[in-house]
Design a protein around this ligand. Sequence first.
Ligand code: ATP
Ligand code: MG
Length: 180
Amino acid sequence: MLLRRLEAYGFKSFADKTEIEFGNGITAIVGPNGSGKSNISDAIRWVLGEQSVRNLRSTKMEDVIFSGSLGRRPLGAAEVSVIFDNSDGTLSLDFSEVIITRRVFRSGDSEYFINKAACRLKDIYELLADTGLGRDAMTVIGQNKVDEVLNSKPEERRLLFEESAGISKYKQRKKDAMRK
Ligand code: ATP
Ligand code: MG
């Protein structure tokens, strides 16, 4: 599976619709301090379902919405989509291209979409669980993450191993089943 494209609109510093194409191989994003490099990885994290505002370097979810700048009014919503090439079938959907979209409004309402069809956050978690992109995966390693992993409690660290070993999907299903 390959990340092909990222589209962001109203997310953090991306007031205009911003599209980034990822080619084969390694992509490096360079730019001056404060130009929005980390906001790109925040956008990827966010669209994949990140719920922790701390992991998004914010204090409240509303902070991900463009808050205005000199001569530019704040926006009312943020939207990010990631487009995966799923021709190898990593994501268990019968589509060679999978688009995951998340939208949030200042009211706090969130919307999620898989291939443009509205879905629940849970559906996104399920789709991504055990693909290496799941909730506790290490796909996005932030500047402080290495220290955090080394300093984490054994129970917290265990989640990383469970996600890597591909069993978190079954744990979630068991939890859901026990609740019914
Ligand atoms: P560094 O090289 O220092 O790591 P960077 O390129 O990673 O910098 P980011 O942290 O991605 O920079 O971007 C920070 C910029 O994003 C700041 O100028 C900040 O004002 C802007 N920003 C963050 N959230 C918002 C928001 N909600 N609305 C508008 N601008 C925002
Ligand atoms: Mg940065």
